[in-house]
Ligand binder design. Structure first.
Ligand SMILES: *Cc1c(COP(=O)(O)O)cnc(C)c1O
Length: 391
């Protein structure tokens, strides 16, 4: 028997904060609790039928059974470029400014390997998607945390970042609409990011996974709509959240061609692209009629309204979501993130995500996901009401 030793990079992974909660969840299920799981960042609505139909047809074609091209089929990249033009009025060259991804998580995890040397700094928002700091760690880089606070509308305060850090920074992650805070970013913010990136030669990677899940018809903008954005950065997108395709594993990166070529170098050496049948179905997905996406948005909006209005009456301090299918809330006094999550699960059978799981700055907050029907959300609000009354 050999002694199996993990690498330093694996040993250095942040502690898995959800382990205790996973255990509580399993125990609740075993006890037969009628669990309302509001912790899942995965749409409960199935993939749209016309996309499934396109997949069924594409899978029959033997041409798709072979290795795909690394950068994605040209027809898929052209569909992405058309979607960008229509949605954001941004022009992209499908040959050089579009790259397929095996889900945007893959691109986010890999991009530091292309540009970050050991000891280099990566600017990372917190609370935030855990893949930004983990991808940085795997590349030997150091994360510099940009706090997202309620006082600053969950935008990083770029003036607060020391010059010595900016000089060593190679890459900056930003993410709007934001998971977990549900905030969106104004054009002004992106302009500041572009100015900073130009001044200090920092690559910007904007994660726009939730660009199509928004409320009150307030469409989030693309980072690439702004002048100079393509000189400094790329934007990553996912079909996962927009078209309920989390299991299919497809996304794309668009923008600066040299940055995409660098990411492509990592990918050609590590993966072999996206199954072409999935790309064919995704072309159909990207051509989906707007009215269908409006219906999905209105489903989420009804859920958001039920949860936001319901919890507000209970006196909880909430951030009203402008986009995404999450609601970010402060824990009531007397609790921290973990103890409130444990209290709710124990007293009500409702599972939510502790904010500190998204980084230390998320302590004191929790995230509710809108991935269950309105009826269950109303039931959840009722149960929370009773549990708070009995405090
Ligand atoms: C869900 C999510 C992603 C990744 O989605 P993929 O399924 O890998 O495309 C990326 N960023 C954020 C913030 C997410 O919440």
């Amino acid at each position: 028997m050999i002694s199996v030793q993990l690498s330093e990079r694996v040993k250095n992974l942040p502690p898995y904060l959800f382990a205790a909660i996973d255990k509580m969840k399993q125990e609740a299920i075993k006890k037969g609790v009628d669990l309302i799981d509001l912790s899942i960042g995965d749409p409960d609505i199935p993939t749209l039928k016309h996309i499934v139909a396109a997949m069924k047809k594409a899978v029959e074609n033997p041409a798709h059974h072979r290795y795909p091209s690394y950068e994605g089929m040209l027809s898929y990249r052209e569909a992405v470029a058309r979607w960008y033009k229509k949605r954001f009025n941004v022009k992209l060259n499908p040959e050089t400014e579009v790259l397929s991804l095996i889900g945007s998580k893959e691109g986010i995890g890999h991009i530091p390997l292309a540009f970050v040397n050991p000891g280099d700094i990566v600017l990372v928002p917190s609370p935030g998607y855990p893949v930004y700091p983990v991808g940085t760690l795997f590349a030997g880089g150091k994360s510099y945390i940009m706090p997202l606070t309620e006082e600053n509308d969950f935008l990083p305060d770029l003036d607060e970042i020391p010059k010595s850090i900016l000089r060593k920074a190679k890459l900056m992650f930003i993410n709007y609409p934001n998971n977990p805070t549900s905030a969106t970013a104004p054009a002004e913010f992106y302009k500041e990011v572009i100015r900073l990136a130009q001044k200090y030669n920092i690559i910007v990677c904007h994660d726009a996974a939730y660009s199509e899940i928004y409320y009150d018809d307030e469409k989030p903008i693309s980072f690439l709509e702004l002048k100079g954005a393509k000189d400094v950065g790329i934007e990553m997108h996912s079909l996962s959240k927009t078209y309920n395709m989390t299991g299919w594993r497809i996304g794309f990166a668009v923008g600066n061609k040299d940055i995409l070529a660098g990411l492509g170098k990592i990918k050609t050496n590590l993966d072999s692209g996206v199954f072409q049948a999935v790309q064919e179905a995704s072309i159909v997905a990207l051509n989906t009629d707007d009215s269908i996406l409006s219906d999905i948005r209105s489903t989420y909006q009804k859920r958001r309204d039920a949860l936001y209005n319901g919890l507000r009456k209970l006196g909880l301090h909430l951030i009203k979501p402008k986009a995404t299918f999450y609601l970010w809330a402060k824990v009531p006094s007397g609790f921290d993130s973990s103890s409130f999550v444990a209290h709710l699960l124990d007293k009500t059978g409702i599972l939510i995500t502790p904010g500190n799981g998204f980084g230390a700055i998320g302590e004191g907050y929790v995230r509710f996901a809108l991935t269950v029907p309105v009826k269950r959300i109303k039931e959840a609000v009722e149960r929370i009401k009773n549990s708070l009354l009995s405090l």
